[in-house]
Design a protein around this ligand. Structure first.
Ligand code: MGD
Ligand code: MGD
Ligand code: MO
Length: 745
């Protein structure tokens, strides 16, 4: 759940959905994209009578399993949510005690929702007002209610606002911290949670420690390197402490000279791409142009990366064959924050090498191998990957990885069958452990925490309140949990600040010895390497990060203090953009300048591009499809790129089912694809699956693959026609709101 604990993470877990009474799936299609999660959702429905509500512009396979389907226009989820919240408010369906005890700032939300009457929501979203009333009634009356979202919510200029407001609705209903409830984002790739946790992000160090000097110094200590040496790797301290380039925007850092000023005075010159498709980034023509312009491009991939085929460069392009995940071992963290150990199944085949071996060799040749591995042990005096897992455990205190050691996770792997899939609790020798030690797992004897923010359990058994991370009060109003709100068995019967060396004695009611005082001096729970602060906090039933209120308002770094509806940059409804304008153009957003409002008003886009893209996936293929389109059987099931349009639109365009059509995007891109006539989308939209690549505006690029590496299925890449637009906070591409024109080919 964004903003409270860290970045996106499921508050609950998949098995926990067996306990739900209502499940609202909004901007996600698990029947296609998370078939295992879908099994759990269906267990909730079939065994526990959970009502399923699906909110999606497309009637998906998931929608086919719903009790109530709500079709909304893409990019209007905020209006839908405020409509829900308004009905919850005026009907007194909200959880007053919960709001009083555990939530800050709901009044602002209640004020903002006033304008979103069912009629107004219908006007914006297209959802019949009766259906909104039905959805609010059903959801508010069936508790606990579980909220599920995914990319249908994040790939927008206001994606981060969608996720905030959804979480706020859950708070208003008192659904957070409850089994069967929660804010549950279904994640993308294998280990995407683990990848974010360890800092594969350009705006923070591992464990969401940020980029400030103090954080770098903390990590210098964890990595056993000199802070000055670390600093010396950067051109300046300022660059060291500012957000890096992002995947979605790096091309603008290559192509546009104006951005060099944010990047040490130079545009980007070289790219190493490891485990990423990059041709899936929106407005992919930018990526091609950037790849063509760079001095050096390296792909580390078990397959021929699609981007390597898209570029027309002929030199300084390297493909380093990487081993796959069955040819290596180590930990991964799943969407429910549970860690799992993976064991190597076979040795890397042919000349393939594992990712870490390739990276180690890079470091050797660039002269910093010793520093790279120092945190695990000097020279080659470490055990891979166990010591890496243990370094993560030691360093990532913020999210409570402390107890997630290689030894514990490996031991669990041998006994996975002993864990209950609904509660995650083990039996036998694991009767005091949850499956995967879901973080926070505060110590090597802690069981892990299957449901975040659950105050019904003691902290030592996975209980916790909300995090005290934003000060103790704001404008004279306390940000701490109210008196009487605390995790079970807590010594303090109300709110308190995060634990520090200075307040531990007063809060936990203990006396530190002189030796302990020396050890914890100047630290807090997330920087204390001795573990003393966490130990005493847990003994007193206190959460190391404090016990505060969740906040509905943010006050630093955000464009919108409370979530606001803003029309997409390429809006289907220009009549609404003055009332709900995009945010102002943004300078130095992940080191590039980005247009927002100026792009939105550049022209009335819908006049020339009158059809709305609904973007999503197919079950047979993954990502760019690099891997799955190279599987003969999957390619046979889903052999070619297509666009789904309504029979009314097909008739209007004069295109028959199975005929070819040209689709033109707002950036000059075009794709030639097969028409599939379908009732799943409305008659102003086209559904474009994201999983194809290999064709470029009518040209088949198969000839560019090295001998013997050609995939079985090829197709036009939808990102040629998706829009230039990025989240105003996170820079996630606005692929889910784009306009196109379609003509018969
Ligand atoms: N088979 C398969 N599985 C996958 C993947 C894959 O490529 N193939 N990819 C993996 C990855 S990386 C990810 S991130 C996940 C993504 O998982 P999902 O988020 O489920 O994926 P999508 O199909 O892109 O989008 C979900 C739904 O959002 C809807 N949608 C589009 N625009 C809007 C909107 O404005 N509002 C709302 N409410 N809904 C909207 C689409 O119609 C679609 O049904 O899937 C993972 N699983
Ligand atoms: N139109 C549209 N565009 C979208 C989306 C959308 O919904 N609509 N969704 C967006 C999202 S959420 C995502 S995540 C992206 C897709 O995400 P991408 O990362 O762009 O796509 P993948 O094809 O999954 O790329 C993974 C690459 O890693 C390689 N790989 C696999 N295993 C390993 C390994 O062990 N080591 C190494 N080194 N490489 C490995 C694969 O061969 C592949 O080339 O698409 C984005 N683009
Ligand atoms: Mo993803």
């Amino acid at each position: 759940m964004a903003n409270t604990f860290g970045y996106g993470a499921m508050t609950n877990h998949l098995g926990d959905m067996h306990k739900s009474k209502a499940i609202i799936i909004i901007g996600a299609n698990p029947a296609d994209n998370h078939p295992v999660a879908m099994q759990h959702i269906l267990k909730g429905k079939e065994q526990n009578g959970a009502k399923i509500i699906v909110v999606d512009p497309r009637y998906t396979k998931t929608a086919a399993k719903s009790d109530l389907y709500c079709r909304i226009r893409t990019g209007t989820d905020i209006a839908f949510l405020y409509g829900m919240i308004r009905l919850i408010k005026i009907n007194n369906w909200y959880d007053k005690k919960y709001l009083n005890d555990r939530v800050y700032g709901v009044e602002e939300i209640f004020k903002e929702c006033e304008q979103y009457t069912p009629e107004h929501v219908e006007h914006i979203t297209g959802l019949p007002k009766e259906t909104l009333i039905q959805a609010a009634t059903l959801y508010a009356s069936s508790k606990p209610g579980c909220l599920i979202w995914n990319q249908g919510w994040t790939q927008h200029t206001i994606g981060s606002s969608n996720t905030r407001l959804g979480s706020i609705m859950q708070l208003i209903l008192g659904n957070v911290g409850k089994a069967g409830g929660g804010c549950n984002i279904l994640r993308g790739h294998d280990n995407v949670q683990g990848g974010t946790d360890i800092g594969c992000l350009s705006d923070t160090l591992p464990g969401y420690y940020g980029l400030a000097e103090g954080s770098w110094k903390y990590f210098a200590r964890q990595w056993k390197v000199d802070y000055e040496w670390l600093k010396g790797r950067f051109k300046s301290k300022e660059l060291m402490e500012s957000k890096g380039n992002s995947l979605s925007l790096f091309a603008d850092g290559v192509l546009k000279e104006e951005n060099a000023q944010y990047n040490g005075g130079s545009t980007i010159k070289a790219l190493v791409c490891i485990g990423n498709g990059i041709s899936t980034v929106t407005d992919v023509k930018r990526i091609k142009d950037a790849l063509d312009k760079l001095d050096l491009v390296v792909f580390i991939d078990p397959y021929v990366n699609d981007a390597a085929v898209i570029t027309s460069r002929t030199d300084n392009l390297f493909l380093l064959p990487a081993a796959s995940q069955v040819e290596t071992s180590g930990t991964v963290v799943n969407t429910g924050r549970s860690a799992q150990w993976r064991t190597k199944v076979v040795e890397p085949l042919f000349e393939a090498r594992t990712d870490h071996e390739i990276l180690f060799d890079f470091a050797k040749r660039m002269g910093f191998y010793n520093e790279l591995v120092a945190g695990m042990g000097k020279g080659d005096n470490f055990q891979w990957p166990e010591d890496a897992t243990n370094e993560i455990a030691r360093a990532l205190k913020t999210i409570g990885m402390t107890g997630v050691t290689a030894e514990r996770i490996k031991k669990q792997q041998e006994s996975w069958h002993l864990f209950n899939p609904t509660t995650l609790l083990g039996t036998g020798e694991f009767s005091k452990e949850y499956y995967g030690l879901p973080w926070p797992c505060w110590s090597v004897t802690h069981p892990g925490s299957p449901v975040l923010y659950n105050t019904d359990l003691p902290v030592s058994q996975g209980g916790m309140g909300f995090r005290a991370n934003f000060g103790l009060e704001r404008d004279g109003v306390s940000l701490l949990a109210a008196n009487g709100s605390y995790p079970k068995d807590s010594k303090i019967k109300g709110g308190y600040a995060e634990i520090t060396a200075d307040n531990i004695e007063a809060l936990a009611g203990i006396k530190l010895t002189e030796k302990e005082k020396e050890l914890v001096k100047g630290t807090n729970w997330k920087t204390d390497d001795s573990g003393i602060l966490v130990k005493y906090a847990l003994e007193a039933g206190l959460v190391p990060y404090g016990n505060a209120k969740a906040r509905t308002i943010v006050w630093s770094g955000f464009i919108d203090p409370i979530p606001k509806h803003r029309e997409p940059l390429h809006s289907f409804r220009p009549d609404l953009i003055d009332k709900y304008p995009a945010s102002d153009d943004k300078k130095n957003h992940f080191r590039v300048n980005l247009p927002y409002r100026s792009r939105q008003t550049q022209q009335t886009w819908v006049n020339d591009y009158p059809i709305n893209i609904v973007s999503g996936r197919v079950v047979e293929h993954m990502g760019t499809g690099t891997e799955t389109r190279s599987s003969k059987y999957l390619a046979e099931l889903s052999p070619e790129m297509y666009g789904e349009i309504h029979p009314n639109l097909a008739a209007k365009l004069g295109i028959k089912n199975g005929e070819m059509m040209w689709v033109y995007g707002t950036n000059g891109g075009k794709i030639k694809i097969k028409c599939k006539v379908s009732l799943r989308v409305n008659d102003t939209s086209v559904f474009l699956p994201q999983n194809f690549s290999g064709w470029w505006s009518g040209e088949n690029l198969l000839y560019r693959y090295p001998e013997g590496t050609q995939p079985y299925a090829m197709g036009e890449n939808s990102t040629q026609v998706t829009s230039y637009g990025f989240d105003q906070q996170t820079a996630c591409p606005e692929t889910k709101c784009s306009l196109v024109r379609i003509e018969k080919a």
